[in-house]
Design a protein around this ligand. Structure first.
Ligand SMILES: Nc1ncnc2c1ncn2[C@@H]1O[C@H](COP(=O)(O)OP(=O)(O)OP(=O)(O)O)[C@@H](O)[C@H]1O
Ligand SMILES: [Mg+2]
Length: 274
């Protein structure tokens, strides 16, 4: 077991003390481990991103604790925190801010490699960058090094974001709506890349989405959030076959068919990325 949220809550207060309280997450429990695809699903505003931000130690929890390998993130030493920042990586939906528009692919990836001291010499940094790009199916990797974000498709940009995370040898990747904005076939390609990294590098995922067909396709374990609470959790198969909570049943009823995803051409690393 690697990353754990234990009874974490997050309350936002508007207008300072005494202001209106929003209980974005209420006493949530979740564990993520290497090699496992854990999904968080739920409607908009149910608290998914807030929980993700606490898992990434971007928001402190109002209550409860985030542990990495049993160590409370709040009491981590400088070295442990550095290890946390490298071990637990985020891949977010491709918002304009995730990749600097003025930096080439090699600059964007090289920068985090240098920052985290994952490699030191120019040559090693370049090699690590190329390997990461190959791992996400951007092949030949050298063709992408000098490109800028606007010279890439949405799917390619998302792959670069994943490559940037992967360059640091993470154990867990927290992906918040990482494929939600992509077309079905492009989405299938990026999901294939993520599954491939799970297999080859034993990366674990906390995969956040409101897209149930995607969850059905990739998740091992599912947490269903509703109004800040995890109302149901369990192995994906069980959740999909016999949802226990009324909200989950409603959610599943509203799920479109999987045809669009299943019909999409697979994109293995090495195949061309769209
Ligand atoms: N920084 C903040 N300050 C105040 N309220 C916030 C803040 N961040 C989130 N919230 C509130 O917390 C609740 C949960 O938001 P969150 O972003 O976690 O939902 P979500 O499940 O990720 O939704 P979506 O699917 O739309 O991304 C919402 O009511 C939101 O308005
Ligand atoms: Mg969100």
């Amino acid at each position: 077991m690697i990353l754990e949220a234990k009874n974490v809550s997050k309350t936002f207060r508007s207008g300072g003390r005494g202001g209106l309280a929003v209980h974005a997450v209420k006493s949530a429990n979740l564990t993520a481990a290497r090699g496992e695809f854990v999904a968080i699903v739920g409607e908009s505003g149910s608290g998914k991103s807030t929980l993700a931000r606490m898992l990434l130690d971007l928001h402190p929890a109002s209550e409860g604790t985030i542990f990495l390998r049993g160590v409370d993130v709040k009491s981590m030493s400088k070295n442990q925190r550095r290890d946390f920042r490298r071990t637990v990586q985020a891949v977010l939906q491709d918002p304009a801010g995730s990749l600097n528009p003025r930096k080439s692919v090699s600059q964007s990836i090289g920068e985090v490699i240098r920052l985290h001291k994952a490699a030191n010499t120019k040559r090693d940094i370049r090699q690590k960058t190329l390997t990461a790009l190959e791992l996400v199916g951007l092949d030949p990797a050298s063709h992408y090094l000098d490109r800028f974000p606007h010279e890439l498709s949405g799917g390619q940009r998302q792959r670069v974001l994943i490559a940037r995370a992967v360059a640091l040898n993470p154990q867990i990747i927290i992906a918040d709506e990482a494929v939600s904005a992509l077309d079905a076939s492009v989405k299938a390609g990026v999901l294939r890349v993520m599954a491939d990294l799970q297999e080859r590098l034993n990366v674990g995922y906390v995969f956040i989405t409101h897209d149930l067909p995607v969850v059905k396709k990739v998740a091992d374990y599912v947490h269903v959030m509703y109004r800040g609470e995890i109302v149901e959790h369990g192995p994906a198969q069980e959740i999909f076959q016999s949802p226990q909570h009324e909200y989950t049943a409603t959610l599943l009823d509203a799920t479109p068919s999987l045809d669009a995803l299943d019909g999409a051409a697979p994109t293995a690393p090495g195949a061309s990325a769209t």
